[in-house]
Design a binder for this molecule. Structure first.
Ligand code: ATP
Ligand code: MG
Length: 376
């Protein structure tokens, strides 16, 4: 007598239907069966889990309840042409669906006709949730972009930086050789200002190819309050000009692991953005509140500090929100914004082992929350 279990023979095996059904019910992928009119006749538990509709809510409806509006009629026409074409007999591709809660979910969908003998009795669809895959893809794309910018930046810094330094030096000589406030001196001064603008841009670009992540142990503890006080000083002229008040709500004992330069750059960028956003909002409404609050508090996790930079500015529209950390994304006029501020901030925060999030109410304001590590 052998102890081995007998091999499962599904063909003609009495319980095979039940076994297949159990497989489908236990599957991690969403499966659905419709009749020939496209009405849902069966959905498995994974289908309900992914799409949020219970079996009862789904049965009798058509898969149109999942349409997100992301695809046009031509897309579906082509899908059905392939399914109904006996030489192809199926369709497979990426579709953006919508859950019962209205959330978009990208899936890899396969649809094929379901036959019994040579009679078509309906259609079956299998959908694989590829949300995570899409996120990873987007991250890779972003990293790729940053890497090419880094490469471009180091090339630029070298090829353009050197002649720029020469131009600036000669302009300084010219300025010095003219009586001050003469047209010649003013012109030379303009050259210097413009050269500095270019240099600043190149330096911003260079940050991408720069230092990389600092070793967590290597970062010294810094007083957050004094870093932010310096930022306040640096931003003072811009604040004054825009008539914006800045309130620091930071405990003087609060320490973060970081490094002066990086921390300053992070918060200066956020404060300048906030000033711009407030200026934009108040250009439409003179009575608009003009306040920035920078508040720090210990997070629930013991070794993390959350620093919020909250403004009463224009806010960020839902379409723009996912794009603000992309290099070169800007809504500002040429010369005013390059769209490198936030990507640099995100990189610096990452180098310090922290993260950054944003919440925004269009028309009311935005809050950028930077989470930094503090000495344990
Ligand atoms: N506090 C804010 N309120 C409203 N919109 C903001 C805020 N911060 C950033 N944004 C939006 O995000 C975009 C990108 O910001 P980012 O700092 O990366 O670039 P920029 O400010 O346009 O240019 P740069 O910082 O390079 O001078 C801005 O153009 C703006 O549309
Ligand atoms: Mg900016």
């Amino acid at each position: 007598v052998s102890n081995d279990a007998p091999p499962i023979q599904l063909d003609g095996f009495a319980g095979s239907d039940r076994i297949f059904q159990r497989c489908v019910e236990a599957s991690n992928e969403a499966m659905m069966i419709t009749d020939l009119e496209g009405r849902l006749a069966y959905v498995n538990p994974a289908w309900s889990r992914i799409y949020g509709f219970s079996r009862d809510e789904a049965l009798g409806k058509t898969p149109r309840i999942l349409h997100s509006g992301a695809h046009d009629a031509g897309f579906y026409a082509e899908m059905w042409r392939q399914i109904l074409d006996p030489r192809v007999g199926k369709w497979r591709g990426e579709v953006v669906n919508r859950t019962s809660a209205g959330v978009e979910v990208p899936v890899l969908l396969t649809i094929a006709p379901l036959r019994e003998g040579d009679r078509a009795i309906g259609y079956m669809g299998i959908a694989v949730d590829i949300r995570e895959l899409k996120e990873v893809q987007a991250q890779l794309l972003q990293q790729d972009r940053l890497a090419s910018i880094g490469l471009l930046a180091s090339g630029l810094a070298h090829e353009v930086g050197t002649p720029l330094a020469v131009v600036r030096g000669r302009a300084e000589l010219l300025a010095a050789a003219q009586p001050s406030s003469s047209p010649g001196a003013t012109a030379a001064q303009t050259i210097i200002t413009q050269v500095d603008r270019i240099s600043k841009l190149i330096k911003s670009l260079l940050r991408f190819s720069g230092a990389g992540r600092a070793a967590p142990g290597a970062l010294p503890p810094m007083s957050l309050r004094s870093v932010l006080a310096e930022v306040e000083d640096l931003a003072a002229p811009a604040l004054r000009k825009a008539g914006v008040s800045l309130r620091l709500d930071v405990d003087s004992e609060m320490l973060v692991l970081g490094e002066d330069q990086r921390l300053q750059q992070i918060f200066l960028n956020l404060v300048i953005n906030a000033i711009h956003a407030i200026e934009e909002a108040s250009s439409q409404d003179r009575t608009h509140a003009r306040q920035i609050v920078v508040a720090a508090r210990a997070a629930q996790t013991a070794d993390v500090v959350e620093v919020g930079v909250e403004d009463t500015g224009s806010g960020i529209s839902p379409e723009n929100l996912p794009r603000i950390f992309q290099p070169f994304f800007t809504t500002k006029d040429v010369g005013r914004g390059t769209g490198l501020g936030l990507p640099i901030v995100a990189k610096l925060v990452d180098e310090l082992g922290g993260d950054i999030r944003v919440r925004s109410a269009p028309g009311k304001g935005s809050t950028f929350t930077v989470r930094l590590r503090r000495p344990g």
